[in-house]
Design a protein around this ligand. Structure first.
Ligand SMILES: [Zn+2]
Length: 148
């Protein structure tokens, strides 16, 4: 059920869900079932996994619960292009610790509110928001101004 609620598709699925009611937090452990995957660099199919690296993403809150995704993301060694490439997760921009939907919400809030206020609402550091804003619009950093 959670696999489809999170919009995941094969080979990704939710392996474990941990609900911490005391801290109002929900953690999803994701797993990638594929043993042979498509090379993200050149698109060649049936390539082997060389290792997996632990990654974490903040998701949109689920009913007042702060939600996080965690996964061991496979890196693929390609016999075609000889590159070792991390498999992109279907849920986040490469290099972003924010889940794509959370990122979209965060940036929308930053258009309506001063960044410091948006960060307080999202319960994250305003520096984290400024990194996203700089990535998308290249705005100069100041935590008291609004994007508009
Ligand atoms: Zn390749």
């Amino acid at each position: 059920m959670f696999t489809s609620a999170l919009g995941l598709a094969a080979p990704w699925r939710v392996e474990k869900v941990e609900l911490d009611t005391a801290h109002r937090r929900i953690d999803f452990e994701l797993t990638c079932d594929g043993m042979r995957l498509i090379c993200p660099a050149c698109g060649l199919s049936d390539q082997g996994i060389c290792d997996r690296q632990k990654r974490d993403w903040r998701h949109l809150d689920f009913f007042q619960y702060e939600a996080w995704l965690h996964a061991q993301v496979p890196r693929i060694t390609c016999s075609g292009c000889a590159k070792t490439t991390q498999m992109p997760g279907p849920w986040a921009r490469e290099g972003s610790g924010f889940y794509a939907l959370f990122e979209a919400l965060a940036l929308s809030l930053c258009q309506e509110l001063p960044v410091r206020q948006a960060a307080a609402l999202l319960r994250c550091a305003d520096k984290q928001l400024w990194r996203r804003i700089e990535h998308y619009v290249g705005a100069p950093a100041s935590s008291t101004t609004c994007l508009r």
